[in-house]
Design a protein. Structure first.
Length: 45
């Protein structure tokens, strides 16, 4: 899951928010309490 979060951060930096959101939603579906995911999703909103 760490890799998806890191890739999402890279996508966000490249202004590819839909791809970032997709990776973060995948992590959130598997582990809603994964550290930082909720905050990153809020930043993309």
């Amino acid at each position: 899951m760490w890799a998806w979060v890191e890739r999402a951060k890279t996508y966000a930096a490249e202004r590819k928010s839909s791809l970032a959101r997709k990776d973060l939603m995948r992590v959130a579906a598997l582990d809603p309490d994964y550290p930082g995911v909720a905050d990153l999703l809020d930043e993309l909103a």
